[in-house]
Design a protein around this ligand. Structure first.
Ligand code: ADP
Ligand code: MG
Ligand code: ZN
Length: 563
């Protein structure tokens, strides 16, 4: 790239933005872009992604276009840039014909440094605007903000974004930078592939939010549990996410009735109502917003002290993005999730409706990972960071698991048994099989093939469920790995060897007795009609109380039914 204006990134940072130094990898990213190369930038919300393209935009000759889905925020962003003495504009449906013509004139005269666009504006049917850019403007760079929107595997797919794939073929020489705060490995690869980035470099900043404490509570009577939580946060501001629009509204009503300053927000509300509620929240005139996932993208409110999820989110990407809205000011904040297996089942049934496509398989995989988070018995922060491909310490000291008083014990021998079983079985089998082997199953398949192996049956003293827990924990602690296949196979890791050689001790969690709401089981004769009624009743209670579908009858009822 030639034609650079004679100035350095640091000069620009000081002169136009008033900051003294770059943070995270901003400097490396900017230099990389200035070399005319493509990049994918993963940086947490509030990390400072905008400067990564704004600074090069000011150095390059010509105009940088910034694609963003956040039409509502474009005006604010452009106004802020103009206040800093930068020539910027936006094009979207909110502008009059005359205003749009004025922007086009500025482009033609090469008098704009930054132009914000909604994706549909860029790639409208007739390719009019792309051709205009090609023939009459001087395009220096393309920045694609919220780039995860291009991927169906991401959590906020926008069909308009897929059209951006054509950009690279129309402007092969123009560097493209894609930016996002939320993309797991799968989504990252999809972004790179779809945008056809040329030899891109990936910049991943740490996603760790040290000031956010992560908590999960088993969901029982979630409204009462919520009130208990809010009671400890009387003066705090927070977001409460619900799965459905209806519950966002009813929750706000309930909270108001209980004396809390809450308003709902979801895509089904009239625009002016929505805007009003958002505004009240941002200006600290209400404390609580109850919302669906429609709320939050692009909102920059620093003092959100808690984010509660009443229902299970569909995937970790969405969950992490939503919890990330807490604690932008760096002060201690809390993320609380109410978890129940009933929610997992409900979400699964939504996915299954879509049939057995590649998309639904990926959605199921992500849902299972979300459920796994809810059931973790190892550090939640570690799980979240690992999910985004980032290394993390085994314990963070600021999640419910790390903080719990739950007892640990020296599980080295247990670990050794599993690891040597996996070794003897040549890393070719999944959890269930390994457990059967450890427990000395007499099933023909295992007995015939492996009975003479040394570790066969060494774990007969421990039950299947218990083994399952230990193996899960060993995976989360990286002593074991599970590959990604359709039938996941247990593998050793770099940490396994030390344990097998007795050089490393393994701390495992004691197994908690799982509380079953079943008190007594009796068999009574019932006719078909009664059976159907009981089944329906059981489901109804299970749904209302958010418990698994068990039902307990009083002795009196049993007597009555039996006669
Ligand atoms: P993101 O898009 O990653 O969520 P922004 O680009 O909106 O984050 O930046 C978040 C805030 O951080 C903004 O107020 C921005 O001005 C500020 N910021 C970004 N980079 C720096 C820096 N190097 N020094 C100080 N403040 C910065
Ligand atoms: Mg941003
Ligand atoms: Zn932790």
């Amino acid at each position: 790239m030639t034609n650079l204006v004679d100035t350095t990134p640091t000069d620009i940072l000081k002169k136009h933005f008033g900051y003294d130094s770059f943070r995270h990898q901003q400097k490396e990213i900017i230099h990389h872009i200035l070399e005319g190369r493509d990049a994918l930038v993963l940086m947490p919300t509030g990390g400072g992604k905008s400067l990564c393209y704004q600074v090069p935009a000011l150095i390059f000759e010509g105009v940088t276009i910034v694609i963003s889905p956040l039409i509502a925020l474009m005006k604010d962003q452009v106004d802020a840039l103009r206040l800093n003495g930068i020539s910027a504009a936006y094009l979207n449906s909110s502008l009059s014909q005359q205003e749009q013509a004025e922007v086009m004139r500025l482009l033609r005269d090469n008098r704009l440094k930054l132009l914000y666009l909604a994706p549909e504006r860029l790639v409208s049917g007739d390719k009019g605007f792309i051709n205009f850019l090609k023939d009459q403007a001087k395009l220096s760079m393309i920045a694609i903000d919220e780039a995860h929107c291009i991927s169906q595997w991401g959590h906020d797919f926008r069909p308009e974004y897929t059209q951006l794939a054509t950009l690279k073929s129309v402007f092969p020489e123009v560097p493209v930078v894609a930016l996002t705060a939320t993309a797991d490995k799968l989504t990252q690869d999809d972004i790179l592939q779809q945008l056809k980035l040329h030899n891109p470099k990936k910049f991943v900043s740490s996603f760790n939010r040290e000031n956010i404490y992560y908590f999960v509570s088993p969901k029982r009577r979630s409204y009462d549990q919520l009130l208990q939580f809010l009671n400890k946060h009387k003066d705090d501001t927070g977001i409460i996410y619900t799965l459905s629009r209806a519950s966002a509204e009813s929750l706000a009503e309930q909270l108001i009735a209980d004396g809390y300053d809450a308003r709902p927000y979801h895509a089904g509300l009239d625009r002016d109502v929505r805007d009003k509620h958002q505004d009240l929240f941002i200006k600290d005139q209400i404390k609580i917003i109850t919302a669906t996932i429609a709320f939050g993208m692009g909102i920059d409110k620093s003092n959100v002290r808690f984010v509660v999820h009443m229902d299970l989110p569909k995937n970790i990407e969405g969950y992490y993005q939503e919890t990330g809205r807490a604690g932008r000011d760096g002060l201690k904040s809390e993320a609380l999730l109410f978890y129940s297996y009933a929610d997992v089942k409900k979400l699964k049934s939504f996915v299954e409706v879509e049939g057995n496509t590649q998309q639904s398989e990926i959605m199921l995989k992500k849902l299972n990972e979300m459920a796994e988070y809810g059931e973790l018995r190892t550090c939640r922060r570690k799980y979240l960071l690992n999910y985004f491909d980032e290394e993390a310490a085994d314990e963070c000291g600021s999640c419910d698991v790390c903080l719990s008083e739950e007892e640990k014990f020296d599980g080295t021998v247990i670990a050794q048994k599993v690891l040597s079983a996996v070794t003897r079985l040549e890393e070719r089998f999944g959890t269930g099989y390994v457990i059967d082997f450890l427990r000395g199953s007499k099933s023909a398949k295992i007995w015939d093939k492996h009975k003479s192996l040394k570790t066969y049956g060494v774990g007969a003293d421990i039950g299947k469920e218990e083994w399952n827990h230990y193996i899960k924990d060993l995976i989360h602690l990286n002593y074991l790995a599970k590959d990604d296949g359709k039938y996941p196979v247990l593998k050793l890791t770099h940490k396994s060897k030390n344990v097998l050689q007795g050089k490393e001790q393994v701390q495992l969690f004691m197994i908690k007795q799982i509380e079953e709401p079943v008190i007594s089981v009796q068999t009574i004769p019932v006719n078909q009609e009664l059976f159907t009624t009981l089944k329906a009743l059981r489901m109804e209670i299970a749904q209302r109380e958010n418990v698994p579908p068990y039902i307990v009858f009083s002795d009196a009822t049993l007597q009555e039914l039996a006669t």
